[in-house]
Design a protein around this ligand. Structure first.
Ligand code: C5P
Length: 410
């Protein structure tokens, strides 16, 4: 009997792009898995790809002639490239090289595969594969975030040993995992029907009508998470402190200024949410009184009495039958140590630790690195664009949320 996952691919039309990289040999296994589960797979190879795997091999496993050239009369007569672009229900490029991603990010149509990607309305998913330094290069990271902003999905890369002998992020996700992703793609978003409530950005605690206590949070990570949750089919409400960011498409946004406004906005909405992510840098203290008028500089010294704000995340985590909770821990030293203490103290399901105040990553920057901790496990997400990181983090949150439900239900 076929599983639901296998049935999801029966008769699906998948255009499988292969670009130049040692990981191309693994694509043979991916094609085999897709075809075995009933998908129609049309392989399109870039010039570089045939250095690593032969068209004959991919033709044998896919059962269809492989397409390579843009102006190939015989193939164009059978199915023109525009027809092929329309035929595809999903375009998956595995491996996607750094050069292919750069071409795509810039909209070039200088070979068959990049032309098909431009000419097709089908969802486009890339499985990046390259040397770890190439993946971490700002040029590649910029291309990745441009593609993400346009709705392209990145499946990976994974981290680990590389063919070049180095270790780090840039390995192509294994064929079996890519196959599973393709199945999930066709069984709607992994988080379809799931309601997510997120906080993002800083808060402002007024001292008087013109001054406030704030912090350096830009809201970029929280907004990137909101976008990544939407991409997985979730319904997303975003409670945002004062930030200068555009609301991602499909996200319901509530603007607040102070920690107490953020707390109220969360409490008003939390009962109907399934996942709560506290990404905001909420002020721990607020001035006990905010002056009605601008304070004059009459004295040499002045003191502002501060009082504690409630911990929104801890309050949500303490709710009976509450949502799956994810918190952040921005630390200036030993992030994992302090984050683990925070996870236990606040009783959250997962906590994402990051170092702030260092040379790279953290507040106000476009990139970050996170260590994710949960009861009995952890995952390291190396330095990457916050959009890329958000996709990886949301995928992990979705897995753990799903497991919690399966465990509860059985
Ligand atoms: O204790 P600390 O402020 O470092 O904890 C950070 C985590 O707690 C973040 O997820 C943040 O959104 C959340 N938090 C909160 N309410 C507060 C303080 C922090 O929700 N008053």
């Amino acid at each position: 009997m076929q599983s639901d996952e296998n049935r999801a691919l029966a008769g699906r039309r998948i255009l499988l792009g292969v670009t130049g990289g040692i990981a191309a040999y693994k694509t043979v296994e991916l094609v085999r898995l897709l075809v075995k589960s009933g998908a129609e797979v049309q392989v399109v190879m870039s010039g570089g790809a045939s250095q690593f795997v032969t068209p004959m091999t991919l033709q044998a496993v896919s059962g269809r002639p492989v397409r390579q050239a843009l102006f190939d009369e015989a193939h164009e007569a059978a199915m023109g490239h525009i027809e092929l672009a329309r035929w595809a229900e999903l375009i998956l490029v595995a491996p996607a090289s750094a050069s292919f991603m750069a071409r795509l990010a810039n909209g070039f149509a200088d070979n068959l595969l990049s032309t098909l990607c431009l000419a097709s309305a089908a969802p486009l998913c890339l499985a990046p594969a390259m040397n770890q330094q190439m993946w971490q290069n700002p040029a590649t990271q910029e291309n990745a975030s441009r593609l993400l902003r346009r709705g392209v999905q990145l499946w990976g890369p994974a981290s680990g040993d590389q063919a070049c002998g180095e270790v780090g992020p840039g390995r192509m996700v294994e064929p079996e995992a890519l196959f599973q992703q393709a199945c999930r793609h066709f069984t709607s978003g992994v988080l379809a029907g799931v309601r997510v409530l997120l906080t993002a950005g800083p808060t402002r605690e007024p001292i008087d009508p013109v001054r406030f206590i704030g912090n350096r949070s830009s809201g970029k990570m929280g907004f990137a998470l909101a976008r990544a949750f939407v991409a997985l089919g979730a319904h997303v409400e975003l409670v945002a402190g004062p930030v200068v960011l555009v609301t991602p498409p499909g996200v319901e946004r509530v603007d607040v200024e102070t920690a107490r406004e953020m707390e109220q906005a969360v409490l008003d909405r939390v009962a109907s949410c399934d996942i709560f992510v506290g990404c905001a840098a909420v002020a721990d203290y607020r001035p006990e009184v905010a002056a009605d008028q601008k304070i004059k500089k009459d004295n040499e010294q002045m003191a502002i009495q501060l009082v504690r704000n409630n911990d929104i995340l801890a309050a949500v985590a303490a709710m009976p039958e509450g949502p799956f909770t994810v918190g952040f821990a921005a630390e200036t030293q030993s992030p994992e140590h302090y984050a683990e203490k925070k996870r236990l103290a606040k009783k959250v399901d997962m906590i994402a630790a990051n170092l702030v105040g260092a040379q790279s990553g953290g507040f106000e920057r476009d990139e970050n690195a996170l260590t994710l901790l949960w009861a009995g496990g952890q995952a390291v997400l190396p330095m990457a664009d916050k959009g890329v990181l958000a996709q990886q983090l949301v995928t992990l949150i979705a897995e753990h949320y799903e497991n919690r439900h399966t465990t509860k239900d059985t």
